[in-house]
Design a protein around this ligand. Structure first.
Ligand SMILES: Cc1cc2nc3c(=O)[nH]c(=O)nc-3n(C[C@H](O)[C@H](O)[C@H](O)COP(=O)(O)O)c2cc1C
Length: 178
């Protein structure tokens, strides 16, 4: 069983990115288990002085979860042409550890825009030595949709298939990395 940690970069209750991540978890192929990380909003602001023995418990839990997982999936909005602070903060806690090094990672997209954030996130995660899965790409346009509309879109057969195929392709990549 491949264990994947899935992170939404949005804290919004009706987040499109969180809806996508939840739908990916529900539609993963049988050999993959997606666990949604929900601690983004509890992480303190990264401070290099608080590493090592001083690592705050919530940051330690994130580091442990990423370390234990076989791979990571991120779905993240764009704020002012950049990566939202909460998402960047979570990544900053992982920078000077081994958690990210060689860890397979895939970006998925809930917005057909947000091209700056996509590029920035890919650059940040490459720099952190995540093994980025660049071949596969999943975009399901949920931008501006309300929860009921999102649910309808995410339960369409074609989208459920696309989600399953995207994770299946990623699973193949993960196998190739180990
Ligand atoms: C403060 C703020 C800034 C934003 N800036 C951008 C932007 O620069 N480019 C863009 O494509 N969308 C931008 N958006 C729109 C969000 O990326 C979009 O609403 C996205 O769906 C939010 O993700 P969520 O539904 O998961 O919360 C911005 C939204 C907010 C709240």
């Amino acid at each position: 069983m491949i264990e994947i940690i899935a992170i939404s970069g949005s804290l919004r209750a009706a987040s499109t990115n969180s809806a996508l991540v939840a739908a990916l978890a529900a539609n993963a192929p049988a050999n993959c288990r997606l666990k949604v990380y929900d601690g983004l909003g509890r992480l303190p602001i990264f401070n290099p002085d608080d590493e090592g023995e001083r690592t705050p418990p919530d940051a330690a839990r994130l580091i442990e979860a990423v370390t234990r997982a076989d791979a990571v999936i991120v779905s993240c909005p764009e704020y002012a042409h950049g990566v939202p602070g909460g998402m960047k903060n979570a990544l900053d806690w992982l920078v000077s550890r081994d958690a990210a090094v060689g860890k397979p990672a895939m970006l998925v997209h809930a917005s057909p825009r947000s091209l700056y954030a996509r590029a920035a996130l890919a650059e940040i995660m490459r720099t952190m030595s995540f093994a980025m899965y660049e071949e596969g790409m999943l975009e399901i346009a949920l931008l501006g949709k309300k929860p009921a509309e999102m649910e309808a879109i995410l339960s369409e057969d074609a989208n459920r298939r696309a989600m399953r195929e995207a994770v299946r392709g990623f699973a193949g990549f993960i196998h190739g990395q180990t």
